[in-house]
Write a protein that binds this ligand. Structure first.
Ligand SMILES: NC(=O)c1ccc[n+]([C@@H]2O[C@H](COP(=O)([O-])OP(=O)(O)OC[C@H]3O[C@@H](n4cnc5c(N)ncnc54)[C@H](O)[C@@H]3O)[C@@H](O)[C@H]2O)c1
Ligand SMILES: [Zn+2]
Length: 383
């Protein structure tokens, strides 16, 4: 026998910029990033709803990149939303464009759109030539405060969320606040749930700030929205960079608080329920469960549920009532799917206080059942 264990040291630079009107002449944020990489060729893809909201954007992108001295191969407008993750058709279209535009691993692919679009484009970019440089421009609250600054991409498959995808650090992320303000109000507000989530698992002070400003956030005050997005994005990025497990080899997954149920009810609703609203329901469920098992005080759970409600987000959804063989709620299959997707032992993060999480390895279905019913009762009393 002959065995050789090599260490392959590898570090990534995770470049994240916060700016406004990134493609305006004179805004050097993107230019500096592109110069840093030294690549020459570039293509851009813009999600169609974003292009509609910003009719001059495609021309501005083209002009900006040309003025930077790059060889602009294409500026395409493509469909996005969760439908973009439903199958591989968008991924294939992007592969074809990467090929026909001769984008190589030193070129740039700039992607401008919401979280779903960025996930699909990211998967295409990660797999073409085993990875071309991706510069993400997240355009929704959720993608700016969470997914866009992350290191994952995926599309849905086998009726399961994010089943096929990859890990990889984008070349850069540009959070351009201007994009936030063209979202419809529901999308703009709902994405704040990932900020609530990261505050609950990482930062008691941030949760207190959200709580103190929740009325203004619900009214979408621009300054509060942008501050909240930036604080949340930095928490997510810091966890990835400094948490010791960027590509999720271990079992602990704090940024997935509330997500085992969220992912399952998204799929059970055939993606009629969007990610942000699903996370609100999953977060409410795991918050109440944390209280029922005696980890979290009932008063703290109440404060958290109030924040979710004040943001006009739901605590329950009808997909929770779907039952399979033997009358078991199908959402409970989400626990095993969560475990299998992440690998290793079932690990669910619960709360002991706002800002402090604790990993558990078992969830009691009877207790979860009573939490679902309690949340449903609370909502039906209010309506
Ligand atoms: N990769 C990750 O780590 C990660 C993490 C969290 C969530 N996600 C994924 O992100 C997706 C949700 O992302 P999302 O909340 O951004 O939803 P989304 O991408 O579906 O966008 C919501 C809607 O807003 C539109 N839109 C986007 N930007 C706009 C703008 N600036 N102006 C007007 N309309 C705009 C879109 O066309 C879409 O109709 C889910 O698929 C979820 O699984 C991925
Ligand atoms: Zn999420």
């Amino acid at each position: 026998m002959s065995r050789h264990d090599f260490q392959i040291p590898i570090t990534f630079k995770h470049r994240i910029v916060f700016t406004r009107d990134a493609f305006a002449p004179g805004n050097v944020a993107l230019e500096e990033i592109l110069n840093e990489g030294g690549g020459r060729r570039v293509m851009a893809v813009i999600e169609s709803n974003v292009a509609t909201a910003w009719p001059l954007l495609a021309r501005q992108v083209q002009g900006y990149l040309e003025a930077t001295g790059l060889d602009v191969r294409a500026v395409d407008v493509l469909p996005g939303g969760e439908a973009a993750k439903a199958d591989d058709s968008l991924v294939r279209r992007i592969w074809e464009r990467i090929d026909s535009c001769h984008i190589d691993r030193h070129s740039y692919l700039i992607a401008i759109g919401g979280g779903a679009f960025l996930d699909a484009v990211g998967y295409a970019a990660a797999t073409a030539h085993r990875g071309v440089r991706l510069v993400r421009f997240p355009t929704t609250t959720l993608s700016q405060d969470d997914s866009g600054v992350g290191v994952k991409c995926a599309i849905n498959h086998f009726g399961k969320k994010n089943w096929v995808g990859s890990f990889g650090v984008p070349f850069a992320v540009v959070n351009d606040f201007a994009f936030l303000h063209s979202q419809d109000e529901t999308t703009r507000r709902a994405g704040l749930i990932e900020a609530v989530k990261v505050a609950l698992v990482k930062d008691a002070e941030f949760f207190k700030w959200i709580e103190a400003n929740v009325e203004g956030l619900a009214l979408l005050d621009p300054d509060l929205l942008e501050t909240c997005v930036e604080r949340s994005a930095l928490h997510h990025a810091r966890h990835i960079a400094q948490g010791g497990d960027p590509f999720e080899g271990g079992s602990s997954r704090p940024l997935d608080f509330g997500h085992w149920a969220a992912h399952k009810i998204e799929a059970l609703s055939s993606y009629e329920l969007d990610h942000a609203h699903a996370v609100a329901v999953g977060l409410a469920l795991d918050t109440l469960y944390s209280a029922k098992v005696g980890l979290l005080s009932p008063a703290a759970a109440e404060r958290i549920l109030k924040v979710v409600e004040t943001l006009h987000l739901p605590l329950t959804h009808e997909a929770l009532d779907l039952r399979g063989a033997g009358g078991k709620r199908r959402v409970f299959d989400g626990l095993e799917e969560f475990r299998e997707h992440l690998g290793g032992r079932l690990t669910v993060l619960l709360l002991t206080a706002p800002g402090i999480g604790i990993d558990v390895h078992e969830m009691d279905e009877a207790l979860l059942e009573s939490c679902i019913v309690e949340l449903q009762d609370r909502c039906s009393l209010k309506h």
